[in-house]
Write a protein that binds this ligand. Structure first.
Ligand code: UD1
Length: 417
């Protein structure tokens, strides 16, 4: 079984270019299933991206990699069923649903897999697609969807700004008959990136100042060439790694504005931060300060995807940090792992109280999920002595060459097995 051997305690310093955003590339690939031939640049090399390419092929598209780009062709033939193993491989496979119903008039799939973060219902996705004319039945963990007469525009109000439900609605609405008015939509940068891609393909989408999204369906979407935005979570992960090892890091090819909430917390922790148009520089103090209260919120609030890695950093700080997880009900599975290093973390409901300790000590640990796994790796980097980290299949879903990048910054980390 593949694992990392990490000897912690090294200060991380240097420069790093950040790869494209997984959470943008995936919905864009899902949208490509209803568009013409496209070239999507800056697609990271991740297992989730390979799964998405495999799903595209089942839906009748060709999808191949050319350097950092994925080249897709307009779907021809294909079927309206995603095999169970691909659905089980990642939760984001659900963002293919809207496009499948739009193009084929039908879709059959099992409920999605992915990181286990407590209950992750898809009622908002299904509600929106039903309002657009899809008939959806669920039995024995399978979804059967059909819209023999095609989808039509609708007024949809999301009761929570779900990222995936917003994406599914946008992709479905792009070619639906008539106008869709979407309120309560998510505003994450990855949503705007998807909208940019769809517009490049000829979709008629406007975002109003209050966040309402208007989509006037078009008959047919063409292809486009698009560059995926930088991965703000990968960027934040490397910043935390440098911050908790007293390091100094320049990250390039990022959008600093997308990192604002994370940079604010790192500033509170005592880091000095400078930004340019597409770079961020961080210089960490010898030891971080407690960060106060960090509450995860929809964008532009502090991202739930950064909660675990920031917690690893907080575990080394002088003082206390309280995390409140407002997005997912069970996103603290990394806590027992971090405790193995000697981290002082107590979870109570949605809150986790972290009492920083000067010295973490290496231990055997397992990645529990994608971002929780990154937190475990960061903890090991800051700990004295050796840690063995298993469960790297989680890391490979979301970080392109994590060990290579960390090694280049001075970490002692090796993949073995
Ligand atoms: C996306 C991101 C994920 C990130 C999350 C929140 C991708 C591929 N994944 O996931 O990395 O952690 O946004 O920023 O972009 N919910 C419902 N009903 C629904 C849909 C969601 O109740 O139909 C709830 C979820 O259970 C969760 C919350 O809404 O508690 C947020 O989910 P959502 O924004 O949909 O996350 P994802 O799109 O799955």
């Amino acid at each position: 079984m593949s694992h990392y051997i990490i000897r912690g305690g090294n200060r991380l310093a240097g420069t790093l270019a950040i790869h494209g955003a997984k959470n943008s590339a995936l919905p864009i690939l899902a949208a490509a299933a209803v568009c013409g031939d496209s070239v999507i640049h800056n697609c990271p090399r991740l297992t989730d991206i390979s799964v998405a390419m495999e799903i595209l092929r089942h839906l009748g598209c060709k999808a191949r990699r050319e350097g950092d780009a994925i080249v897709t062709t307009r779907a021809s033939g294909g079927n309206c069923r995603i095999p169970d193993e691909l659905m089980g491989a990642m939760r984001s496979s659900i963002v293919f649903l809207g496009g499948m119903i739009a193009r084929h008039g039908c879709a059959e799939l099992t409920l999605p897999g992915g990181c286990e973060l407590g209950a992750r219902p898809i009622d908002l996705h299904l509600g929106a697609l039903s309002q657009m004319g899809a008939s959806i039945t669920e039995s024995g963990g399978r979804l059967l969807c059909s819209a023999p007469e095609g989808l039509h525009g609708a007024r949809i109000d999301l009761s929570f700004p779900s990222v995936g439900a917003t994406e599914n609605t946008l992709i479905a609405a792009a070619t639906a008959r008539g106008k869709t008015v979407l309120t309560g939509a998510a505003r994450e940068p990855e949503i705007l990136d998807l909208i940019d891609f769809l517009r490049g393909c000829g979709a008629n989408i406007a975002v109003e100042l209050d966040g309402t999204i208007l989509v006037e369906g078009v008959e047919r979407l063409e292809g486009t060439e698009h560059r995926v935005i930088p991965d703000r979570v990968a960027a934040g992960t490397y910043l935390c790694a440098a911050a908790m090892t007293g390091g100094e890091l320049l990250i390039r090819e990022v959008v600093p504005g997308h990192l604002s909430s994370c940079l604010a917390v790192l500033t509170r922790a005592g880091c000095r931060i400078g930004c340019g148009p597409d770079w961020v520089r961080l210089a960490a103090p010898p030891r971080l300060e407690g960060m106060g209260t960090v509450k995860t919120m929809p964008y532009p609030g502090f991202p739930t995807d950064m909660q675990s890695v920031m917690m690893a950093a907080a575990a080394t700080a002088r003082g206390t940090t309280v995390f409140v997880e407002n997005i997912f009900e069970s996103r603290y599975r990394h806590v027992p792992e971090l405790r193995k290093l000697g981290a002082g973390i107590v979870v109570e409901g949605r809150a986790a109280v972290v009492t920083g300790t000067e010295r973490l000590t290496g231990a055997p640990m397992a990645c529990t999920d994608l971002r929780g796994g990154a937190a475990v790796v960061l903890g090991a980097l800051a700990a004295q002595g050796e840690s063995v980290v298993t469960g790297l299949e989680h890391i490979d879903r979301g970080y392109d060459d994590l060990e290579g990048n960390l090694s280049r910054l001075g970490a002692d980390i090796k993949r073995s097995g």
